[in-house]
Write a protein that binds this ligand. Structure first.
Ligand code: ATP
Ligand code: MG
Ligand code: MG
Length: 682
């Protein structure tokens, strides 16, 4: 099948696939997380992506973009997407969050199953591999234990314009680093007293390459591994390892991680030998063939070594190779096959292949394109939405400080909040699609785009019902005393296939307070009393009769309590006489005897300011105090049978959802999901 690329990441994947498989064909030698049987098997997925949330909060609408992108790509290109919990940071994480994240992903309509195998992973289950890789880096001279204080390290990191300074511990003997690292693991050193750092380049223009910390001491109980560990890998170190252990082909993240890509590649290039992939073994074979002089691609390979000399690190064998390559670079030549230089280079590489992986990675490209099939990181623009905050830290404080009613409060931009508010999975997916995927950072989507996407979905799907939110009694004086009847109402004006229902009607009804006016504003077309001999205004009761107001009752304060009207029996909707009398407006109603009392929760936007995070004031003080209003009114009897999460259009009022927590058949509770029209500029 041909999948049309619709964003830049899809184009990249199409290109990768057109060059041949980007997925290692077999699970070989990978220590985790695949089972023994799987190790020898062909990989059936063409691409592997992952969605890697940290279980330190509930997912929000921004995460929906990442979910739709990663799972969507897998679906489109015949691959699979892993759900991986990035739980490397104990203390802030919990299994409540894990469960809610799984529920959110499922709710959005995605699944991490692949041919009956579950691709649900926890980064914490790789801790022992991460530890091994760290020891390995120390042994090959690419990591060291640093005992500088945090302040010293910060000071020595330099700035964007100034290079950093080497730590006095940088050149300590690997054996000593190894001993200290093991002591760190055994709990012999206090938190903050030392860290393990990658040994890269303190002068790198990319600050992330200035010997980043890769392991730190933390005496924290982990929700999965308990007290097994008191050292934990940093996110930047853990992530490429997680990806490569799972054979991820396209590691997709937001643009803030762009500067981390260099470290991601650095780590993977060094770890490849330990992974013992078939690719690494094949690299050894190619190298031996060229060293033996029998392979005539050796000249091209040696020239590529000169060109990629910068990939070499500072170990002794690498320094010796660098000296040879530098000499040729200066002379503008490259070592020829069979010469002394070529022989020395091959000898160095064959003896310590693992040290030369980064160079080989690039040099082998000349003779074996796409040779090392490492995961690659690609960045896209994050989703920003107006009128909300989207950082988990801020959402947590809203919940913990009781400023909202929990994570699933319908005002929250969490997926569980949106669900309770009445958002459908399709409306969220469509919204995300509208936002697009690009590399242009910084934009923010207006909240009304999200609301519109829900309207579009519900306009199509939600059955129409009648509910009165602010009730006012209407008495039809000429209706038969004690009589009642059923009228037929359509469930969807544009979709006859959705059928009709019976609605009880009688001489006593509830109507919306705002549909009657003693002093009508100009242009008011609904119920008013006739004045100065002018004819009374006629109004249609939806699906029932035309009426004409005659008088009203008031309480001592002058508030209208009852409106009296007369009806025209021949005007019943759906009968031949319904056209005999004309009405300028139609209003909704609920039968006073058979209607059911209901609670309505009218929600607005959590923040009225468009960009709460950009304001000077603390975002918590900017919460819209009117974002939740509770009304008591009535619904037609059919609505008392609604089940939690059922969605409706209440005629003339808005789209509502039966609250999934508090709604019960005898005690209906409905949440306003979205108004019928965009009320911006109201
Ligand atoms: P936050 O910044 O809200 O705390 P996070 O990035 O720390 O979120 P993670 O759990 O690490 O949260 O996120 C999981 C994935 O979701 C990451 O790959 C991240 O890039 C992506 N993601 C998070 N927020 C957004 C967003 N606003 N738009 C797109 N993707 C996002
Ligand atoms: Mg994160
Ligand atoms: Mg974050």
């Amino acid at each position: 099948e041909t999948a049309e690329a619709s964003n830049f990441i899809e184009k990249i994947i199409e290109e990768d696939l057109s060059r041949g498989s980007t997925v290692p064909r077999k699970w070989c030698g990978h220590p985790a997380p695949y089972s023994e049987q799987e190790k020898g098997q062909e990989d059936t997925a063409r691409i592997r992506t992952r969605f890697p949330p940290e279980p330190n909060g509930y997912l929000h609408i921004g995460h929906a973009k990442s979910i739709c992108l990663n799972f969507g790509l897998a679906r489109k290109f015949g691959g699979c997407c892993h759900l991986r919990f990035d739980d490397t940071n104990p203390g802030k994480e919990s299994s409540e969050y894990v469960e809610s994240i799984k529920e959110s992903v499922k709710w959005l309509g995605f699944d991490w199953e692949e041919n009956g195998r579950s691709n649900l992973f926890f980064a914490s289950s790789y801790f022992k591999w991460m530890y091994q890789f760290a020891e390995y880096l120390i042994r090959i001279g690419y990591a060291y234990v640093d005992e500088q204080t945090q302040e010293q390290m910060k000071e020595n990191r330099g700035t964007l314009t100034e290079p950093g300074r080497n730590s006095p511990f940088r050149d300590r003997d690997p054996e000593e680093s190894l001993r200290l690292f093991r002591e760190m693991k055994e709990g012999k050193h206090p938190e903050g007293s030392m860290v393990l750092r990658a040994k890269i380049d303190m002068a790198s223009p990319n600050v992330n390459l200035r010997d980043p910390a890769i392991y730190r001491i933390r005496f924290a109980e982990h929700q999965e591994t308990g007290n097994e560990w008191c050292i934990y890998p940093m996110y930047t170190f853990a992530h490429p390892i997680e990806d490569s252990l799972e054979n991820i082909t396209h590691s997709i993240c937001t643009l803030e991680f762009e500067d981390q890509r260099a470290f991601y590649d650095w780590a993977l290039e060094r770890i490849v030998p330990l992974l013992r992939t078939p690719q690494f073994e094949e690299a050894g074979r190619v190298l031996r063939a060229m060293a033996s002089g029998s392979d005539d691609r050796a000249d091209a390979f040696l020239a590529a070594c000169v060109a990629n000399r910068a990939k070499l690190g500072s170990s002794e064998p690498e320094r010796r190779a660098a000296a040879i390559l530098d000499r040729h670079a200066e002379a503008g030549t490259s070592p020829a096959r069979g010469t002394e230089d070529a022989r020395s280079l091959f000898a160095l590489m064959l003896e310590r292949t693992e040290l030369f992986t980064p160079l080989l990675q690039h040099a082998l490209d000349v003779v074996r394109p796409n040779f090392f099939l490492l995961s690659h990181q690609h960045e896209f623009n994050r989703l920003n939405l107006s009128n909300v905050v989207l950082s988990k830290r801020k959402l947590i404080s809203l919940v913990k400080e009781g400023l909202v009613d929990g994570w699933d409060d319908p005002r929250m931009p969490t997926l569980m909040g949106l669900r309770r508010r009445g958002y459908t999975p399709a409306s969220v997916r469509n919204f995300v699609k509208k936002c697009g995927v690009s590399r242009v950072a910084g934009g923010s989507i207006d909240y009304s785009v999200l609301e519109n996407s829900l309207r579009e979905d519900l306009d199509d799907k939600a059955p129409r019902r009648m509910a009165v939110l602010r009730p006012l009694k209407l008495v039809i004086d000429n209706y038969p005393q004690g009589g009642s009847e059923l009228v037929r109402a359509s469930n969807h004006p544009k979709k006859p296939e959705m059928g009709e229902r019976d609605v009880p009607f009688s001489g006593e009804l509830w109507i919306e307070e705002s549909d009657f006016a003693l002093d009508p504003p100009k242009g008011f077309k609904r119920l008013t009393l006739p004045k100065d001999g002018s004819p009374a205004r006629k109004v249609r009761l939806r699906a029932a009769y035309i009426i004409e107001p005659v008088s009203c009752e008031k309480d001592e304060s002058g508030r209208v309590t009852v409106v009296h009207a007369r009806y025209f029996p021949e005007t019943k909707s759906g009968t031949a006489g319904s056209e005999t009398v004309k009405a300028k407006a139609t209003i909704h109603w609920v039968d006073a005897k058979q209607g059911v009392p209901a609670e309505f929760r009218i929600y607005g936007r959590l923040f009225e300011v468009e960009h709460p995070e950009a304001e000077d004031a603390d975002y918590r003080t900017l919460i819209n105090p009117h974002a939740k209003q509770v009304l008591k009114g009535f619904v037609e009897p059919a609505l008392a049978q609604a089940r939690g999460d059922d969605k409706f259009q209440f005629e003339r009022t808005g789209y509502f959802v039966a609250d999934r927590v508090d709604h019960a058949a005898g005690r209906p509770v409905f949440n306003l999901a979205v108004t019928l029209r965009d009320s911006k500029g109201k």
